[in-house]
Ligand binder design. Structure first.
Ligand SMILES: Nc1nc2c(ncn2[C@@H]2O[C@H](COP(=O)(O)OP(=O)(O)OP(=O)(O)O)[C@@H](O)[C@H]2O)c(=O)[nH]1
Length: 305
């Protein structure tokens, strides 16, 4: 087999990490359950990891559950924290065991194709914490990793909520730099066609804005922001799904495949370039340090006797 074929086979066989992120109630957990069932039906059961310490009931069996490692209520009591502090500290404590998780993931990599990660509903706890970044970077440095941003479609049907949600998606995309898929969920209630139209046709969004009752400051702000977001939409992969009925899941996996391709073509080479740059800088630093040491050690012949 040629080197190129070997590489393409290795890429096809490699597991894929799918990290579910989304606002509280967007349907992350229900979508995880639906994807889990979908993959089981196709005889490719996923490996499921729950990273939400505060979830009370999971509708699926998680292979690794943060709640087995840390008791979120106990953490709150022990450290005198509120609910959000408790979730964040639990995630921090769990992150200290990440190497063990990665060892398990490595072991299971031959058996499972997809590794699904459910994250806390308090979205910022994962997306803006050091632990969230450590988990995401560690996963992405080992295997292709895709961020799925789940959106509650019926609740984003007004231009203002749509724009806030997209701004949030944009911030996560730029923070993680990872291949990204926006999953407009709950399409059994409202189709995501309006969202696609607003993202692909600038005038359609402007028209929706003009239809709003409030034509004051808010509208002109959104007007300007929509110009900024236009560029972001060009880089966005979008799919409409229903965690309730399962519609859209075939397309969901087509988009996941596209995102994995992006991981190999863009994310991984960029990560390797960054690592090389870091190694070069460290090498340069060591060299300078050595040169300074040598200069200090030089023998002088100027002593008066
Ligand atoms: N109609 C409809 N309802 C849905 C769908 N997906 C989720 N829901 C409902 O939306 C609510 C929230 O779903 P969850 O899966 O708990 O949402 P979550 O994002 O995990 O919520 P947090 O754990 O708070 O972050 C539940 O009542 C679900 O039944 C869907 O595709 N269609």
């Amino acid at each position: 087999m040629s080197e190129e074929n070997q590489e393409s086979k290795a890429q096809n066989d490699a597991p894929v990490n799918i990290i579910m992120i989304g606002m509280a109630g967007s349907g992350k957990t229900t979508l995880m359950q639906r994807i889990n069932a979908y993959l089981h039906e196709r005889k490719t059961p996923p490996y499921v990891l729950n990273l939400d310490p505060a979830v009370t009931k999971l509708p699926f069996q998680a292979n690794i559950d943060i709640r087995d490692t840390v008791d979120y209520k106990q953490v709150m009591k022990e450290y005198g924290l509120g609910p959000n502090g408790g979730i964040l500290t639990s995630l921090n404590l769990f992150t200290t065991k990440l190497d063990q998780v990665m060892q398990i993931v490595d072991k299971r990599a031959g058996e499972n194709k997809y590794f699904l990660y459910d994250t806390p509903g308090q979205i910022e706890i994962f997306t803006w914490s050091a632990s969230g970044a450590i988990i995401t970077n560690t996963l992405a440095s080992t295997y292709p990793t895709v961020v799925v941003y789940v959106v509650d479609t019926p609740r984003t049907a007004s231009p203002a909520t749509f724009m806030s949600n997209m701004m949030y998606a944009c911030s996560i995309l730029y923070k993680t730099q990872l291949p990204f898929l926006v999953a407009f969920n709950k399409t059994d209630v409202v189709s995501h066609d309006f969202a696609v139209s607003w993202m692909t046709d600038f005038e359609a969004f402007q028209q929706a804005l003009r239809g709003q009752e409030d034509e004051g400051f808010m509208n002109s702000l959104m007007n300007s922001m929509s110009l900024v977001l236009d560029e972001f939409y060009n880089h966005l992969r979008v799919v409409g799904v229903s965690a309730m009925t399962g519609q859209g899941l075939d397309e969901f996996f087509v988009k996941i495949d596209e995102a994995v391709k992006e991981y190999y073509e863009e994310y991984k080479p960029a990560m390797q370039r960054q690592m090389e740059k870091k190694r070069d800088a460290e090498r340069e630093q060591k060299k300078e340090h050595l040169q300074r040491l040598m200069a200090d050690l030089s023998v002088t012949d100027g002593k008066e006797v």
